[in-house]
Design a protein around this ligand. Structure first.
Ligand code: NAD
Ligand code: UFG
Length: 338
């Protein structure tokens, strides 16, 4: 049986494909390379010593999906494919709703018609909006999102819930990621943003490698221990293993299940800068600028449900995250472009 991984050439997808191969699963990747290259999968093949079947194409292409499900015996789908830039989603909301929501609708429809009813979906802590308290538990209200990207994740979750209510044969696990960072310890695969990074850790590592001059810290007047935003950073390999744990349990979890994937620990922007400097010995010049619209002060998970229901918890700490980020960035200053 094969596991179909949509968006498997991307940052989190490539790390998950590697862990799936390491656990002897058959994997088929479907990716349109809109935010990735074939090189990430070449490197996954190199690390794992095993070949991966890859189809270049779009999740919105129903006839392509039909031909995939006709040719492969797919047991479940791990669904990463989608657009993920918060800022871009504000400028191009229809692209986000088309790719993320319509794309998932097409995928679910074709899966349904083939009687394939098991999916693990890449959701996000962003569905909680600005939570009333932390740590965030899965039962907290969702949907008060602050941008079209977050809303698209919320819509997909609603679609999955409604589908599971309509047809009890469906099994859908929505993994709500907190802040994925780091890279595989080989330094061969990692996060490779197309443009100037939006996210903190890729920005910091590009400052460290000399590609960017200084970090802008978005606000130091939040009610946190040092005034800067606090997040739950999780190592991408722990996150990848969370998908394997979800696949292990999916048969026994009927209907819709939402699970936080985080560590339960919050770190501020300045904590991250300090830790990066301590671990890498690189100086990170920074300036404090105004808050970034849509940002919240504090976001970290209560990860206990994941441990209970998936028998999974994150084991890699902040120093692993930073060491592996730097190992990847310093070995690949221009990402997969060499
Ligand atoms: P990524 O951009 O590196 O990977 C997404 C992959 O999907 C890319 O390879 C891209 O080419 C592909 N893709 C996009 N649209 C497609 C389409 N229509 N058809 C086929 N392939 C398509 O992003 P990532 O960081 O690996 O994130 C993976 C998933 O996790 C996304 O759904 C993202 O929204 C979600 N997520 C990411 C984060 C994060 O901080 N990285 C946090 C929460 C949730
Ligand atoms: N930050 C800076 N300077 C930067 C970049 C970020 O100060 O150049 C700060 C932010 O203000 C925030 C923290 O660093 O306080 C983390 O910001 P990121 O952009 O790295 O991450 P976010 O928490 O804003 O969002 C990320 C993903 C979303 C996802 C969310 C889930 O980008 O897609 O985590 O929690 F939904």
């Amino acid at each position: 049986m094969t596991i179909l991984v949509t968006g498997g050439a991307g940052y989190i997808g490539s790390h998950t494909v590697l862990e799936l191969l390491n656990s002897n699963q058959q994997v088929l990747v479907l990716d349109n390379y809109s935010n990735s290259t074939r090189e990430s999968l070449e490197r996954v093949t190199k690390i794992a010593g095993r070949k991966i079947d890859v189809v270049r194409g779009d999740i919105r292409d129903a006839s392509l999906l039909k031909s995939i499900f006709s040719s492969y015996s797919v047991s479940s789908v791990v669904h990463f494919a989608g657009l993920k830039s918060v800022g871009e989603s504000v400028e191009k909301p229809l692209e986000y709703y088309d790719n993320n929501v319509v794309g998932t609708r097409v995928l679910l429809d074709v899966m349904n018609s083939f009687g394939l009813k098991k999916i693990v979906f890449s959701s996000s802590a962003t569905v909680y909006g600005d939570p009333a308290e932390v740590p965030i538990r899965e039962g907290f209200p969702t949907g008060a999102t602050t941008n079209p990207y977050g809303t698209s994740k919320h819509f997909v979750e609603r679609m999955l819930m409604d589908l599971c209510t309509a047809d009890p044969k469906w099994h859908a696990i929505s993994l709500r990621y907190f802040n994925p960072v780091g890279a595989h310890s080989s330094g061969l695969i990692g996060e490779d943003p197309n443009d100037i990074p939006n996210n903190l850790m890729p920005y910091v590592s590009q400052v460290a490698v000399g590609k960017l001059k200084e970090l802008s810290v978005f606000g130091n007047d939040y009610s946190t221990h040092d005034g800067t935003g606090v997040r739950d950073y999780i190592h991408v390999v722990d996150l990848a293993l969370g998908h394997l744990a979800a696949l292990n349990k999916i048969e026994s979890l009927s209907g819709f299940t939402a699970v936080n994937l985080g560590t339960g620990k919050g770190h501020s922007v300045l904590d991250m800068v300090q830790a990066f400097e301590n671990i890498t010995g690189k100086k990170i010049p920074y300036k404090i600028v105004s808050r970034r619209p849509g940002d919240i002060a504090i976001c970290y998970a209560d990860p206990s449900y994941a441990e209970k229901i998936l028998a999974w918890k994150a084991t890699r700490g902040l120093s692993d995250m930073i060491r592996d980020t730097w190992n990847w960035q310093s070995k690949n200053p221009n990402g997969y472009k060499g």
